[in-house]
Design a protein around this ligand. Structure first.
Ligand SMILES: *Cc1c(COP(=O)(O)O)cnc(C)c1O
Length: 369
């Protein structure tokens, strides 16, 4: 059996009719930037998240960046970010001109550890940017309490967490604002690059709308030096076709996760993901940890099972952030995750039979070590 890490063609097979008609609608409209599809998607996704505003943007990195810009965060400021995240979270802070200040994760949930946040706050701190990593919301209540005490903005990086719940509240509605990515492999994925921000803050929404479109509210009148980061009509139409299926597709991910959690529970040397009871993850990625990570990955590959590593080099040890001068060992929990984490096949189009095969191959590997 061959089990790819993720089958990006399967969504089209399932939704061919909806996606083809979305394509046709846009082609026949002859309107490709900032039109009816974007506007409708913004209403539909805001309603899905239970917030007032959604603003469609070019991608998830731009979404984070424009939120920071719209708050006026920039040179001389600091933003607290997870040490353990995809580098985009840090890059958005750097683009704004502010400095990312990393904080270690809780080793069980992989997400920002709220009890370490306060020690990282300085007079320059303007915001905390928790990431709902691997599809699991960060522990938001203590983060929001600290933010209130120090008058900081809380910006959720919800790029991996569409539809996930924290104490019954949806990701995207937990902080002052949130950014989403619709990169094709995300839980809600476009057929190209796309992103959005969501918020209840009217002023922030207005500023981001202006910044995404050359700093202009009225065509050819420019109030600020803006950017070009617009969600296009075609991607918005595809996202509208897929949004009604998001919850069902997340349910399928949960069934695969439940299968893995059940069938791999008793393997010594294999650490499974942990979700606190008040959290409903949407399993963007299913990460296991083992000191034999590289050997296990090779073994699975030889058995036709595709896996990935999220992420092999943490941002603080990336060449891109050499300027910050963090030595190896600066963030040991993050570094351990980077050297022992392996992401198993996961997605709404993975069958239980395929998950069973993956599970059996992992058991076979551990029976020999
Ligand atoms: C994917 C991702 C982003 C960036 O989204 P793009 O659409 O690829 O720009 C940001 N943060 C996290 C945690 C992500 O996984």
């Amino acid at each position: 059996m061959k089990v790819p890490f993720l089958d990006l063609n399967a969504p089209y097979k399932e939704l061919k009719q909806e996606l083809d008609s979305a394509y046709q609608r846009v082609m026949e409209s002859g309107w490709f930037i900032m039109g009816a599809e974007v506007e409708s998607f913004e209403h539909e996704f805001a309603a899905y998240c239970g917030v007032k505003h959604c603003i469609g943007l070019g991608n998830g990195l731009e979404a984070l960046h424009l939120i920071l810009r719209a708050y006026g965060i920039g040179a001389g400021d600091e933003v607290i970010v997870p040490a353990n995240t995809y580098i985009a979270t840090w890059l958005a802070v750097s683009y704004s001109g502010a400095v990312p200040i990393p904080v270690e994760p809780d080793p069980r949930t992989y997400n920002l550890n709220p009890s370490l946040v306060e020690a990282a706050i300085t007079p320059k701190t303007k915001a905390i940017m928790p990431v709902h990593l691997y599809g699991q919301p960060a522990d938001m209540d203590p983060i929001l309490q600290i933010a209130e005490k120090y008058n900081l903005k809380v910006i959720e990086d919800a790029a991996q967490a569409h539809g996930s719940l924290y104490k019954g509240r949806l990701s995207g509605s937990l902080g002052h604002s949130a950014s989403f990515s619709f990169y094709p492999g995300k839980n809600l994925g476009a057929l190209g690059d796309a992103g959005a921000i969501v918020t209840n803050d009217d002023e922030l929404a207005e500023n981001v709308r202006m910044l995404r479109n050359y700093g202009s509210k009225v065509k050819y009148f420019h109030d600020v030096k803006g950017f070009n980061s617009r969600l296009d009509e075609m991607q918005a139409a595809f996202l509208r076709a897929k949004l009604p299926h998001l919850d069902e597709w997340n349910e399928r991910r949960k069934r695969i996760a439940a299968y893995y959690l059940d069938h791999l529970a008793d393997l010594p040397g294999l650490t499974l993901p942990y979700a606190p009871a008040e959290i409903t993850p949407v399993w963007h990625i299913f990460v296991v940890q083992t000191p034999h990570r590289d050997a296990l990955q090779q073994f699975l590959k030889s058995k036709g099972v595709g896996t990935l590593i999220h992420y092999p080099v943490p941002p603080h040890l990336s060449k891109a952030y050499a300027e910050l001068g963090f030595p190896k060992g600066a963030f040991p929990i993050t570094e351990t995750i980077a050297s022992s984490a392996l992401s198993l096949p996961m997605g709404p189009h993975l069958s239980i039979e395929e998950a069973e095969y993956v599970g059996n191959m992992i058991r076979e590997y551990f029976s020999q070590v």
